[in-house]
Design a protein. Structure first.
Length: 60
């Protein structure tokens, strides 16, 4: 192969790897924050229930 063709082929491979890494990172961030929000909502709900239960316990 000609050096220019080899260089273009290498660059194309590198570009596709960079693109894949970028897409993978974006998907990871999206999934991470979606899971983080879910866990935060679950914990907030549980904390509200615990406060309610402790209030009822101390009143009785």
């Amino acid at each position: 192969m000609y050096p220019i063709a080899e260089s273009m082929k290498k660059n194309k491979k590198i570009d596709s790897e960079i693109y894949l890494a970028k897409i993978t990172r974006e998907q990871f961030e999206k999934d991470f924050f979606r899971m983080f929000d879910y866990v935060r909502n679950v914990l907030e709900t549980d904390i509200e229930e615990i406060d309610l239960e402790s209030d009822l316990y101390w009143e009785g």
